[in-house]
Design a protein around this ligand. Structure first.
Ligand code: ADP
Length: 501
C-alpha cells in the first residue's frame, strides 16, 4: 500500500510533543511492513536537518492558492531512515514557516490551512495517488473537506482519508473567511453536518470538518476514545463523535524501539539492555546502568550525591499536564526525602512565570533541578537516570512519557486517565494479576491523589527494594512498541486501499 501522511510534526526533525513521535514510529513500522510511506510537513526554519539524507528539490514552482492570490512553493524531498519526507517551503510573503517555532503564532489557522491546501496541490501536481491520505489533529483536518470537495473533482484519487485525533482540546476554531482563503465557499460549510462549531454556530471548526469528512478516525488510546464521547471529555465535540462512532477506533500508540532504547541511546552515558530482563543478573545490569546515568545527571545539575530517589517529570508545561500537581509533587518529594528533576517546555504565560519563580526559589537547593527548556538529549538522560516518573495529567489522550519511562526502568506514577489508564497499573490496587502491574496511579487529579501515590512509591523505594525491583522488572518487560497497534492501522488502511483498486 501507499500511505501519505500530511502532518505538522515529525520526530526527530520537527517535534513539539507526542504527535511528532507518533508520526515517526507509526510510519517506520508501516514501512517495515513493506508499505510505501511519504510524509509531508512544512519546511519550518527550525527543522533539524541532521537526520535527513539526500535533501533535494522534488518540485519547483508549486503554485498554491490563498483566496484570490497564488503563491509559489518549493517542495523538497529527503530520506529519514526508511521514510520519504517532503518539506513544503512556501514563498508566501507572510513567511508562514519561518517563525522559529512550530505552533503558537496568532495566525496558526492561516498557516496550517495554507499548508493543507499546498500539500494536496503537491499530490495533485506530482500525480500521486495514494491508497490512504492520513491526517493528524486540527492543523491538517481541512485536508478532508479540501480533498473531497475540491481535489476529487480535479482528478486527485486516493483510497480514502484517515484522521487521527491525538488531542481533542485544540480544534482550529476560525472564521468563514479562513475557508474562503483556502478556496472553499465558506457559507456552504457553516452547517451542522459540515464545519459549523456545535457550541458557537457562527464559527468554523476545522477538526469537526476532519471528523465529518474522514473515512476513518483513530483515537490514540481506547480509554480516551470512550472519554471523548462524553460531555466532560468531549470538548464540545462529543455529540459529533457519537454520531460518527461507526468510523471511530481507539488504538494505543506505541514508542519507536530504536529511538527509545537504553541499549543504544546515544544520549546516555551508560547503556543497559532492557531486553528480556528475567533474571536477577539482568536486572542488576539495568540497575547498574541507571546508577551511572543517575550519577552523571546529579553532577550535571549539581544535585547532592545521596541515597535518595529521583522523581522526574519531562513535559510540556500546559494546563493539560496538571502543572499545579507537578509543583505539588516537587514539594512532596522533598518532604519525603527525595530529589526532583523537571524538564519542562515552557510557553510564555502565567504557567511559565510560575515555574520561573519556582526555579529561582530552588536555585540553591541541591535536591531540585528545574530546567525550562525543550531538550531531547536531556530528556533521554532523565528517563534513564530517574527512579520514578510523575505524570499527574488532567487528561491524557495516550501519553508517551509513561511508555518511555517504563522502557527505561523508571516506574511511572500517573493520574489514571486516557492512555495512562490503559498502560499503567497500580502495584497495590490494580485489579489485574500482580505480575502485570507496573507503577502507581491515582484517580482524582488533586493534591490528595498525588500525595497518596507518591508517598507509597517513595516509601516502597526506601523500605522495600525487593518490591521496587519487581515493579521495575515488570514494567521493563512490557512491550509498548508499535508491533501490536500496526496491524490495526494496516487493517484500516487495507479497507480504504480496496477502493483504490
Ligand atoms: P504531549 O504530546 O501531550 O506533549 P506525550 O506524552 O504524548 O505528550 O509526548 C511527549 C513527548 O515529548 C515525549 O517524547 C517527551 O519526551 C517529549 N517532551 C516533552 N517535554 C519535553 C521537553 N521539555 N524536552 C524534551 N522533550 C520533551
Amino acid at each position: 500500500m501507499y500511505i501519505v501522511h500530511i502532518a505538522t510534526e515529525l520526530a526527530p526533525i520537527a517535534k513539539v510533543g507526542g504527535l511528532g513521535d507518533v508520526l515517526y514510529g507509526l510510519s517506520k513500522e508501516t514501512a517495515q511492513n513493506h508499505h510505501k510511506v511519504d510524509i509531508i510537513i512544512p519546511k519550518y526554519d527550525c527543522i533539524n536537518y541532521l537526520p535527513l539524507k539526500n535533501l533535494s528539490v522534488a518540485h519547483r514552482e508549486l503554485w498554491s492558492f490563498e483566496g484570490p492570490y497564488r503563491y509559489n512553493n518549493t517542495v523538497w524531498s529527503g530520506e529519514l531512515e526508511n521514510l520519504n519526507v517532503f518539506l513544503v517551503e512556501t514563498h508566501h510573503p507572510n513567511y508562514y514557516f519561518s517563525r522559529g517555532m512550530i505552533y503558537g503564532c496568532p495566525d496558526d489557522n492561516d498557516r496550517f490551512t495554507y499548508f493543507s491546501r499546498a500539500a494536496l496541490e503537491y499530490l495533485f501536481k506530482a500525480g500521486k495517488h495514494p491508497d490512504v491520505i492520513h491526517i493528524h489533529d486540527w492543523p491538517t483536518a481541512l485536508v478532508g473537506p479540501l480533498y473531497k470537495d475540491m481535489y476529487i473533482p480535479l482528478g486527485l484519487r486516493a483510497g480514502g482519508v484517515v484522521l487521527t485525533i491525538h488531542n481533542l482540546e485544540h480544534q482550529g476554531k476560525c472564521a468563514l473567511h479562513n475557508l474562503n482563503r483556502a478556496g472553499l465557499r465558506g457559507e456552504n460549510y457553516l452547517t451542522p453536518e459540515k464545519l459549523q462549531d456545535p457550541g458557537s454556530p457562527t464559527e468554523v471548526n476545522l477538526l469537526k470538518g476532519g471528523i465529518e469528512y474522514a473515512d476513518f478516525i483513530t483515537i490514540v488510546s481506547p480509554t480516551y476514545e470512550k472519554e471523548i464521547k462524553t460531555a466532560p471529555g468531549g470538548c464540545g465535540l462529543d455529540e459529533t463523535l457519537v454520531k460518527n462512532q461507526n468510523k471511530l477506533k481507539g488504538i494505543l500508540n506505541g514508542i519507536d524501539e530504536t529511538f527509545w532504547n537504553p541499549e543504544i541511546d546515544p544520549y546516555l552515558v551508560k547503556h543497559y539492555s532492557t531486553h528480556q530482563v528475567n533474571t536477577p543478573e539482568r536486572l542488576m545490569k539495568v540497575l547498574e546502568g541507571k546508577a551511572e546515568n543517575r550519577k552523571h545527571i546529579r553532577s550535571h545539575f549539581r544535585l547532592s550525591e545521596t541515597d535518595a530517589p529521583i522523581v522526574a517529570s519531562v513535559t510540556r508545561l500546559v494546563s493539560q499536564k496538571g502543572p499545579h500537581l507537578i509543583k505539588q509533587a516537587l514539594f512532596r518529594t522533598l518532604e519525603k526525602g527525595g530529589q526532583f528533576i523537571l524538564l519542562g517546555s515552557a510557553f510564555s504565560g502565567p504557567i511559565e512565570m510560575e515555574f520561573r519563580n519556582l526555579q529561582k526559589q530552588f536555585a540553591k537547593n541541591r535536591n531540585v533541578a528545574i530546567c525550562l527548556d525543550t531538550d531531547e538529549a536531556l530528556a533521554h538522560l532523565i528517563y534513564a537516570a530517574a527512579d520514578m516518573f510523575i505524570i499527574p495529567s488532567l487528561f491524557e489522550p495516550c501519553g508517551l512519557t509513561q511508555l518511555i519511562s517504563l522502557r527505561y526502568g523508571t516506574p511511572p506514577i500517573v493520574r489514571s486517565t486516557g492512555g495512562l489508564a490503559d498502560t499503567v497499573f497500580d502495584i497495590d490496587t490494580a485489579t489485574i494479576p500482580i505480575e502485570k502491574r507496573n507503577g502507581y496511579s491515582f484517580d482524582f487529579p488533586d493534591i490528595k491523589g498525588v500525595n497518596w501515590a507518591l508517598d507509597r512509591a517513595i516509601e516502597c523505594w526506601f523500605k522495600d527494594k525487593k518490591k521496587w525491583h519487581q515493579i521495575i522488572q515488570q514494567g521493563i518487560n512490557m512491550d509498548f512498541s508499535w508491533r501490536h497497534s500496526i496491524s490495526e492501522y494496516l487493517a484500516i488502511y487495507s479497507k480504504l486501499a480496496l477502493r483504490q483498486a
